[in-house]
Design a protein around this ligand. Sequence first.
Ligand SMILES: Nc1ncnc2c1ncn2[C@@H]1O[C@H](COP(=O)(O)OP(=O)(O)OP(=O)(O)O)[C@@H](O)[C@H]1O
Ligand SMILES: [Mg+2]
Length: 436
Amino acid sequence: MGERIWTPQQRSAIDAAGGTLLVSAAAGSGKTAVLVQRVIEKLTSDDPEKYCDADRLLIVTFTRAAAAEMKERITAELQKKVEQDPWDTRMRRQMILVKKAPICTIDSFCSKLVRDNFYKLDIAPDFRIGDDSELKIIQEDCINDVLERNYAEGDDDFFELVEQLIGDRNDSELSDLIKQLDFYIGSFPFPEDIMTALENAYSAGDPTGTVWGQSVLEYVKKAAEYGLACNAIACDVSASDEKLTEKYLPSFERDAEILERIRTAAEGRQWDDLYRCSSEAEITPLGRATKLPYEADIAKAAREVVKDVMEEIRSAVVSDAEEFEKEISFTGRMVRKLMSLLREYYAAMVEAKARRRVLDFVDLEHMAVNLLVQRKEPLHEGTALSPSSDYLNAYCKTDTALALTQQYDEIMLDEYQDTNHQRGAEPDLLGGGAQS
Ligand SMILES: Nc1ncnc2c1ncn2[C@@H]1O[C@H](COP(=O)(O)OP(=O)(O)OP(=O)(O)O)[C@@H](O)[C@H]1O
Ligand SMILES: [Mg+2]
């Protein structure tokens, strides 16, 4: 097989130096091939700026098979070099280093990190990864324990939650909900932050001060503006014809007044005004007429949209400020109860797994993240649900991460897809000192 010819884009991804590099390209377009080539060129380079020892590249692949294949390919390339020049001690050394070079999946990276640092995590050094069926049983047992305990000695909020969620149906729905929440919240690198943010998101107060009220205001304002734009079309078309001006225009103008009042209330953040205008929002009937010009159809079509918009607005603003506050405060109580059940469940899981010296992959990822970063400041009261993009502002590297960063010149990830929030965080948290 002859020397491969790389496209200019591939070449620049192979050669790029300094800083973070993200290669985004179509399936099968050669991303993995470029990554492997980049590694090989670094390991075999005569340029001291570019050269790198095999154990100073952290390479994370998608599957174990991919890691093994990558090692094989790198070894084969090194072997070729050694055959060309048997006295090349540097390449001979690379051959040895590559055997234990950190080319692995994200799971085995996390697993090794956790094992190396078990004493900082309060876990058994000889933990194992539980198999799916075993973990499922532990999960069921823990949920059942938590629910049983709460049925026996739970507070009013617990029974209210049960009532709200399942009425008198089977309570497997409550345990399913806990599982779903665990799955969702567990996909974030810092589940505790998400739970606290969820609890805080329902703080009582004037609707306009809550995230929910604000999103309603924003939505209604946009809807009213859209309705007004459609109404303007109906008005313009009607104004161009005498009969329509007489029969239709007055109704359209009243529609415009209604929408304008709604828009002003939403913009001025006057909740009760908004509620009043919205609940009264209804299109005004059109005057009866025959033999209308074809423009009448255009006007009526535009007005159908105005009608839908008003309906949407009515269904978005369903209560006055007092009622809204009551609802939010009730929902807040339910969410806090749900979070407290989830915390009880997590505590039970930690204990049950510790007894068996078992962990799962999600535990490993969370533990790895916790080993690598720490929060700069505690999460503030009233923080809204925050997406996971602010890690680098809210968190800083731990000493463990700083030490680890020193071990690597470059971190390379194949198949970097932040399909879960956790995966998205890990490279950020390791990068920085090393090139990632
Ligand atoms: N410049 C090139 N010349 C010849 N073959 C190439 C070139 N670039 C990539 N290939 C070949 O194309 C095939 C697909 O490449 P590769 O697996 O690296 O793509 P990928 O982008 O990683 O795919 P996926 O999206 O599935 O991960 C491989 O057989 C690879 O050897
Ligand atoms: Mg690939």
